[in-house]
Ligand binder design. Sequence first.
Ligand SMILES: Nc1ncnc2c1ncn2[C@@H]1O[C@H](COP(=O)(O)OP(=O)(O)OP(=O)(O)O)[C@@H](O)[C@H]1O
Length: 405
Amino acid sequence: MFNCHINVEVCSSIKAVKYLYKYIYKGHDRASFSIDQPDSDGNIDEIKRYVDARWVTPPEAMWRIFGFPLCANDPSKASKSMLTEYFKANQNHPWARNILYKDFPGRFTWQKGKKYWKERVERYQIGRIVSANPAEGERYYLRVLLNHVAGKTSYEDLLTVDGRLCGSFREAAERLGLIEADNTLDDCLTEAEQWAMPCSLRRLFATILVHCEPGDVRGLWDRHFEPMSDDYRRSHTCPIEVEQMVLLDIRGMLQSMGKDIADFSLPCIDDAFDPTEGEAREVIEESNVDFDINDTKLASSLNLEQRVAYDEILASVEHADGGVFFVDGPGGTGKTFLYRALLAKVRSKGNIAIATATSGVAASIMPGGRTAHSRFKIPLTCDDGASCTFTKQRLIMTPGLRITC
Ligand SMILES: Nc1ncnc2c1ncn2[C@@H]1O[C@H](COP(=O)(O)OP(=O)(O)OP(=O)(O)O)[C@@H](O)[C@H]1O
């Protein structure tokens, strides 16, 4: 009846809600590039290019011109957190000022609805405090302070050491002598051992190696090897094998953070235990991405325009010609449909297809999708000397397809 493609989306999952939210509030992602020469006078009409690249509806234009807010939080809710209310409780109850933040749930209960700490009537309850790891920087040092200093009544109070207001939680922790040596790293791992699974401990260990520059790496390894290897020890009896498995796992994690395990003074990896035979972690990960068998059938229902793009891109992949294709179209016209068909086709042949996007929400709608920053280790702050920590060896994966949304 309508003789056209109509996109109807049922907003039934959180993924769809996030996706729509992005459309409405952030605006449409558009990239504009041209390989045309400037006109005969050497001029480039940047205004026309800008207008071509973005379609703004009159209501959206007015909204943006008047600078109306694009999103908002309820201030009364946003400004109250467990921590700010802990400060308030310290102001209101002087007797509570010798209780550390982590012990607070033993004497107070958190009232979720009204957001305040109420004096506990029944005793012998315990609460759990959210964890922080050293790679999180200031959030971690805030935790260090809260673990050792009681009775603070505001952030300023927490940052004040010997009457001097420090510029950061780290500085305050240093002035208090809480983070002088590696023992904070030991404390961090010891604390995590109480609740974290061995796999999370290994990740934390790798994070510490990369971000915290521990002086005594081998000492940390020796002291925390046992909890880090708990799971492997249950399934394997040979201690050498267990050690190798932990090392291989940590090596993979370090690789994903752009580091080589050989740079740290840890026990050596024995090639006999290395099932990857030195293959880069990214290649193994991407080779193991599953494809949905139903996606391989999408190719048969592509419309004419999708079919043209599909054939051309696949021909380029199959002949290993290389090439860059820019697929564009208004929302709901079938770009993701095309990507799914292409990804499934390439993966079903045992080849590698890397699906990346600039945002996590966009990445989540593609099978095996990841953000480009995560996959290619693109630094978050790009200055003159910035470069990806992705080595050339990892790029040797032919033939393959890379889709970027
Ligand atoms: N050739 C086709 N045959 C059948 N359904 C299709 C076809 N192309 C697209 N669709 C359907 O149309 C809907 C919108 O397609 P899709 O999500 O791929 O669009 P999009 O261009 O990626 O949209 P957005 O820009 O919002 O991400 C989906 O439900 C998809 O399954």
